[in-house]
Every structure is written in structure tokens, then in C-alpha cells.
Design a protein. Structure first.
Length: 656
């Protein structure tokens, strides 16, 4: 682990929220933010207990807020009972049954809307169907579906009957699906015949068949198939049934199953450093509370908002900010099946204009890919409905932040740059839009009640102006409860002995500036050690992308080097055509000189590779592990079936 990480980027630009925004904000001004933080410091359990009573519907009230008897296996509100689906749907039926819950836009542009009353009915019908198939409290159900209203119905139906769902991103391979079915002990799979992305049909049911055919899925009894693409798929008699058949004749109401706040709501698999996926398990009560509070604090949620998070539900962002957070707040949420560049790079902006989106939450990767299309695209559309912009998934480099601020936000929308993880469940460090002045590339300050710090490898705070390991010092309600079936791995990964098991280790390096603002510099395993200097990959990437004439996107990894310990390898997508031959050498040298000027000679990439794109999953996530293999000249053995663009791997093997 890194004792300290040198932070070489210094950001002086500060953007305070406008007085008009502050006036209407749910957390209005720094004094209001500080008052919440002070309350949490003064009476930690009282703070969380108050919020849980105010924001959740309990069928049986809790008496105990936090049980720390068996750390790090913390329990929140565990003697209270509630149901997640009831909190997302039933409690809105009296006040706003006809309000639109979901606006769904398909890949081909077709729009479908569903009200809270209609969504409740569909959830109850599927919940009754699942019960009729023998699925009960505590059973695990794997969901492998396209972005659709039906995937929300499936997740909410599982929650309603207290089955634990495990959603697998619809771009994963059969082997990935099989591993997750086995690890979770899933008794059923809910899937679709296929899905559409960027004008192409991608099969889903055949992948499930292949996964089950690999063996080991012994608990698996039923496969429910939603008809999305209309393609012919084989159906196994006695095991497979169509969604429409399953819900036919089922009642429109289904009593929710009340569960302890600690009941496992879902398992979500995330990559581990070993390559073996980790089944991150979340609770019901604490997780739902975190979703609601972050909607109200971070996104300044208002009853009239149209909220669009562009993530796939296969990731935690989709769970928290499509399926649970917005619906628990009674918000109208936009869902999108396609990709940001189909049929052209104006798709996101066209959708914002058409649906009058107020809050837009997307990934820096998507922003950078849209920067490449040029500044003219967003200017073609009316984006005046937007009042808050958000970023998620990775640190955003200052140049992309400024483009987002000026070109999309037209210099009037606060940007909430959010740091959090699958494991944390919800947003942890971020500016509150009506309170905290923002800085490009900084996640700013922890939310009230989140005790974050930067420490060295002995667990001591490093203080302002220095970098180190990002940790959380106290448990929080939305945190993961364990790794499914592997409590020892949970302890070892997140509460290591180095810190006497008392600090949650996020796995990210970060620094705190003189204002106490946090800047995330990348994963600990994405920290480079060059000639004894530890540099975050994010900082080198930011320097490269700051050359806005030449660079559209960049990813940086390290490879072993006899002289310097590690050498920096940069993978670059240029603004124009991909340079080759002498031109590539010339551009590579220009970029080395640029980085030396921006950061210092120590950060100059030894090796620069040019590609028309970077290797990304279909959700837009850069596969850095793959880039490390390429940089080291290793044979690629990992699964590349989730890659959007496998052809560029050959381009990236060519060194400059």
C-alpha cells in the first residue's frame, strides 16, 4: 500500500453556487451543511436514527440504531421491519398514483411511460407469478435483462416478496453469468430474448442457456423470458416460460413481505484484484435510507424533477439512482436502452430536450467521448431545463469538467462530482449543489455523517496538502454487509489488519487540499511508482487530456521498468485521425513534452500508444486491467466478450 501519494495537480478555479440556487436548495448554504455535519459529530446514532424515522416507512419501528458488537459486521436498524418495494411504490399511491414513474426511451427512439399506479400493478403481478413458481423469502434470483421498464419491475418484484436479486449487466458473457448463478445459488433467472444497443440486436436468452449448459447451476429451477426483440429463442419445457405466460391471470395486488432492515436486498458482483468477482451484499433499510438522502441532498430532489441517470441497472449506479433512490422519492426517472453516440453524437442532448430533463447524471467516459464529437453538438439543442449536472464512476479530469460546465451546463448548473463505490452503496463524497463551492476535478467534501479521511499505511491522518489512502472511519447505513459466502475476504479486503480492522479501506488513493477538499487520484493499484515518486494515473491522464488540441481521451497504466521501477504507458485517442508512422512519433514526442510541462519530467510517458478508441465494456468502462496486459506485452487471457470494440486491441499493441 502507498504511504503517501504525491499530488501534482493544483486547481485554483472555484465555482460557488448561485444565490438563486442556494435559496431554493434542500441543503441551503454552507451553514446548513455544517449544521448537519455537526449533528452527526455530536450524536452519531441520533443523527442516523432521526433520518431513518423521517424518510422511511417502517411496518415495525426500530429501537436500536447501530449494533457494533461484531465489527466489521455492523447492523443498522436491525430490529425494525420494512419492505423496499412498499417504500418505492405503495406509499405514493394515495398522493400521486397517476404521476409518471418511468419514461423509457428505446434504442430506436420509441418512448413508453408508466405511472406509479401502473408500475405497482406490474410489480404485484410479477411478484405473484414468482410466488406461484415457489420462489420465497431469501431465495436468490439472477436478473440478466436489457434496460427496460421490465427490469425495474423484476427487481421491485423480488424486493416485494423478500427474494434477493442479483442483476448481471446484459453485456457479460455466458461464463460470467454461470459463475454468478453458482456463487449466488440462484433458483431462477429473469431474462429477455434479446436487447438493442446502437442499432444492433444483442442476444440474451441464448447466453443464459449456454451458462446453464456449462453445469454447476444446481439450484436453478426456472427461467422467465421477457419478449423484447421478437427473435426466435429455444425454450426448455418445464424450466422456461415467457414473462406474459407467467403473469397471466395473476392478481393486481400482492402484500409486501416485511423484513428486518438487515435482510439482504441484493447481491451485486464487482471485480476483485484477483479477477474472481466479489458478491457485494447490501441490506434493505440502511441502503434505502442512503439512496433517499443522497437523492435529496446531492441531487436537490424536487417533486417536479425529471431525473436521468444514464447508467445501466447492471451496475450499482443504476440500482441506487434509477431503481431505488428516485422511486423511493416519488420522482419521474428517465431510462435509456441505447448508447450516447447512436444514431449520432447528439442523442443525449436530444433526449434532454425532448423529456425536459432537470438532473443529468453520467460518466466522465461518456462526457469525453462526446467532447470528441465537438462543441457544436450540444449547442444544437435546448438544454435550458437542466439545473444540476452530475458525474459518476471515475474521477473527472479538470478539462472535461470545464467542458461539461460551459458547453452543457452553460455556466449556470452546479456540477456534483460524486465519489462512491459498489461497496459504499450510495454517494459518499460530493459537493452539495446549493452549499459547497466546486473545483474542477475535486469531489470536494464528505456528506454529513460520512467520516472520511486520508491516511498513511499505518492509519495515521496525513493532513492537508498531502496524499495517501482514502478511508472511512465510522460505519454508515448504506455500506456493504459482507461478500456473499466469503466473510473472511470481506474483512481482509475492506477492514485490513494494517488498520487493526477499524478503518474501511476504499482502495482509492486521494489527497486533501488546503481547503479540506478531497481529490481522488485513482485506485491504489492504479498508482504508479516512478523512480520512487508515487503518482496517480488520474493526474497523468488529466495532463494529457488538458492538451485539448490533440487529445480526446487518454488512459494511463504502469509497467515494470528496470531503471525507474515502473514506466508510464499512455493509451491515447487523438482528436483527429489516428496518427501512424512518422506522424505518430512526432505526436508522441509532443505529448511527452506537454506532460513534462504540465506536471514535470518525472511524469513523462515512456511509451505512448494510439488507438481509434480505448477498450471499453458496453457500459463505457475502460478495461484498465486489459491495458496493463497490453503494456506489459502479456498474452491476453481474460474474457474480452464484454468489449464494445475488440478490434482496437491490435492498434494499441504498437508502441511509440
Amino acid at each position: 500500500m502507498a504511504a503517501t501519494i504525491e499530488s501534482v495537480l493544483s486547481e485554483k478555479r472555484v465555482f460557488p453556487p448561485s444565490p438563486e440556487f442556494v435559496k431554493q436548495a434542500n441543503v441551503s448554504g454552507m451553514a446548513a451543511y455544517q449544521a448537519l455535519c455537526d449533528e452527526a459529530e455530536r450524536d452519531f446514532e441520533g443523527f442516523w436514527g432521526r433520518l431513518a424515522k423521517e424518510h422511511l416507512h417502517w411496518s415495525k419501528p426500530f429501537n436500536r440504531v447501530l449494533d457494533e458488537a461484531n465489527p466489521p459486521f455492523f447492523k443498522w436498524f436491525h430490529d425494525g421491519e420494512l419492505n423496499a418495494s412498499y417504500n418505492c411504490l405503495d406509499r405514493h399511491l394515495a398522493s400521486q398514483p397517476d404521476k409518471t414513474a418511468i419514461i423509457f426511451e428505446a434504442d430506436d427512439g420509441k418512448v413508453t411511460k408508466i405511472t406509479y399506479k401502473e408500475l405497482h400493478r406490474e410489480v404485484c403481478r410479477l411478484a405473484n407469478a414468482l410466488k406461484a413458481l415457489g420462489i420465497q423469502r431469501g431465495d436468490r434470483v439472477l436478473i440478466y435483462m436489457p434496460m427496460s421498464i421490465q427490469v425495474v419491475v423484476a427487481m421491485q418484484a423480488c424486493a416485494r416478496i423478500a427474494a434477493t436479486h442479483s442483476v448481471v449487466f446484459g453485456g457479460f458473457s455466458a461464463k460470467s453469468v454461470q459463475e454468478r448463478i453458482i456463487d449466488a445459488g440462484a433458483v431462477a433467472v429473469i431474462t429477455a430474448d434479446g436487447q438493442f444497443r446502437g442499432g444492433r440486436e444483442i442476444p440474451l436468452k441464448p447466453v443464459v442457456d449456454e451458462a446453464i449448459g456449462m453445469g454447476g447451476c444446481d439450484a436453478m429451477r426456472k427461467v422467465i423470458v421477457y419478449k423484447r426483440s421478437g427473435s426466435s429463442v429455444p425454450m426448455t419445457a418445464g424450466r422456461d416460460l415467457w414473462w406474459d405466460e407467467a403473469v397471466k391471470g395473476q392478481g393486481d395486488t400482492c402484500d409486501p413481505v416485511w423484513v428486518s432492515a438487515e435482510h439482504p436486498l441484493f447481491i451485486l458482483y464487482t471485480s476483485g484484484s484477483t479477477g474472481k468477482p466479489k458478491g457485494v451484499q447490501h441490506s434493505t433499510g440502511g441502503y434505502l435510507l442512503g439512496c433517499i438522502l443522497t437523492m435529496k441532498w446531492v441531487f436537490d430532489n424536487k417533486p417536479t424533477d425529471i431525473f436521468w441517470c444514464t447508467a445501466d441497472v447492471g451496475w450499482v449506479t443504476g440500482h441506487s439512482y434509477i431503481v431505488y433512490g428516485p422511486l423511493a422519492c416519488g420522482t419521474t426517472v428517465v431510462m435509456f436502452e441505447g448508447v450516447p453516440t447512436y444514431p449520432d453524437a447528439g442523442r443525449f442532448w436530444k433526449m434532454i430536450q425532448a423529456h425536459k430533463v432537470n438532473v443529468f447524471y453520467t460518466a466522465p467516459t461518456a462526457i469525453r467521448s462526446l467532447i470528441k464529437a465537438g462543441p457544436e453538438e450540444p449547442k444544437k439543442y435546448d438544454l435550458s431545463s437542466v439545473r444540476i449536472l452530475g458525474t459518476v464512476g471515475e474521477p473527472i479530469n479538470p478539462e472535461a469538467w470545464m467542458w461539461y460546465h460551459t458547453t452543457v451546463g452553460r455556466e449556470r448548473c452546479p456540477i456534483v462530482d460524486t465519489w462512491w463505490q459498489t461497496e459504499t452503496g450510495v454517494i459518499m463524497i460530493t459537493p452539495l449543489p446549493g452549499a459547497i463551492p466546486t473545483k474542477p476535478g475535486s469531489a470536494t467534501l464528505p456528506l454529513p455523517g460520512i467520516m472520511a479521511d486520508i491516511v498513511d499505511e499505518t492509519g495515521n491522518s496525513v493532513g492537508k496538502g498531502k496524499g495517501g489512502l482514502l478511508v472511512i472511519k465510522r460505519p454508515w447505513p448504506a455500506m456493504l454487509r459482507t461478500i456473499w459466502g466469503d466473510p473472511e475476504r470481506y474483512k481482509k479486503t475492506y477492514f485490513p489488519d494494517d488498520f487493526k480492522g477499524k478503518l474501511y479501506l476504499a482502495g482509492d488513493g486521494a489527497s486533501i487540499d488546503e481547503d479540506g477538499y478531497f481529490r481522488i487520484v485513482g485506485r491504489i493499484d492504479d498508482v504508479l511508482n516512478v523512480s520512487g515518486h508515487r503518482l496517480g494515473t488520474m493526474e497523468v491522464e488529466s495532463a494529457l487530456v488538458a492538451n485539448s488540441k490533440l487529445v480526446a481521451e487518454a488512459a494511463v497504466v504502469g509497467r515494470p521498468d528496470e531503471l525507474t521501477g515502473e514506466a508510464i504507458v499512455a493509451f491515447v485517442v487523438t482528436k483527429g485521425p489516428r496518427p501512424t508512422g512518422e506522424e505518430a512519433k512526432k505526436v508522441a514526442q509532443e505529448l511527452r513534452d506537454w506532460v513534462a510541462k504540465e506536471i514535470g519530467a518525472i511524469a513523462k510517458p515512456k511509451d505512448i500508444r494510439f488507438g481509434e478508441n480505448l477498450p471499453k465494456t458496453r457500459s463505457g468502462k475502460i478495461m484498465r486491467r486489459l491495458l496493463r496486459s497490453i503494456a506489459r506485452g502479456e498474452e491476453i487471457t481474460q474474457d474480452v466478450t464484454t468489449l464494445e470494440n475488440p478490434a482496437i486491441l491490435e492498434q494499441l499493441k504498437q508502441s511509440q
